[in-house]
Design a protein around this ligand. Sequence first.
Ligand SMILES: Cc1ncc(COP(=O)(O)O)c(C=O)c1O
Length: 393
Amino acid sequence: MKHEELKKLDRQSILGTYARSDVSIQRGKGAVCWSEEGKRYVDFTAGIGVNALGYCDPQWVEAVAKQAATLQHASNLYYTEPCALLAEKLTAKTGLRKVFFGNSGAEANEGAIKAARKYGHEKYGVERFEIISLENSFHGRTMATVSATGQDSFHRYFDPFLDGFRHVPANDIEKLRAAVSDRTCAIMAEMVQGEGGVIPLSAPFVQEIERLCAEKDVLFIVDEVQTGIGRTGKFFAYEHFGVKPDIVTAAKGLGSGLPIGAIIFGEKCETVLAAGDHGSTFGGNPVVCAGGLVVMERIDEVFLEAVRGKAAYITEQLRKMEGVSDVGGLGLMLGVSLAEGKDAKAVVAACAEKGALFLTAKEKVRLLPPLVIGKAEIDEGLAILAETLATFE
Ligand SMILES: Cc1ncc(COP(=O)(O)O)c(C=O)c1O
């Protein structure tokens, strides 16, 4: 279907919750995708940090297709191998103990919130239900995760929101200490605030969260939905800070294009959710997990070293660009602040016209390329961005 025809059909029938770009994508390969009309785009979005291995990685496609032709789904009442193998890989990678699979990032965080509440209730009573999260955070769009999200723009229309969330400013150790009380059951944070503008936390602050959690028997939950699975140059972003969380949530890149969410529980809370406490019809789906196994196999130390190298190269190129005032982020999760007067949304739209897809985060241009992006594609996309910025009023 041609772009204009598709756009018309979509607008007619799809709920208008997304401000779609004027782009339709019909197929992709690696870090490049094409419209039905054959327009080519180099991709710095990876489906918002999802397609870690790029579009249609051959090994991933083969594993997924083979699994789909063998067993596409079985309920969680039965054992299936891909799910058990993927969980084993995640626990081996993290040193944590147990995994629960769901279907999205929000769902993973939702389960982590439930687990934290049950942990608090069982050990200290029902008054211990409060979860501290950070101002400017983003944890998802379900009622619990939107309540955890520390941005006022998300706290409209749907109230009453869930009780029991407190938001403290990122990197403010004193305010964090003051917020922890006998009612606190968990502290939850992204290591780099993604939707909030690609802002990494400071190491002393992250280490203080870990220390406080250990001292007060509070669960340390790290939301690695966007930062995880190699995105920041380590398998999980918390590794940059030398800490060990009690709960890690992952999604996006873990499936590299199929829906998955995972909650990984450490020793302290590995038994807190028991039979009947939580569940998901599709969680641990064999096709998704077969793809996830390829992702886990491919993202090894050599792969991560390459991610760090690409990140350093892109950052250096961006810093030299006319119209760029600052570059922040971690690994291949980058936020570009523009010189005054340059509007990130308009810049991203103009780049798309010229054949390069970028994202925005708040007032920044955001780069979340597939982790497998090559040098030629990086140069091609950055040349388009540079040219656009140079000519943009
Ligand atoms: C840090 C973080 N947590 C949670 C979510 C929600 O994930 P999902 O859209 O898969 O529900 C996102 C999505 O962008 C995210 O960036």
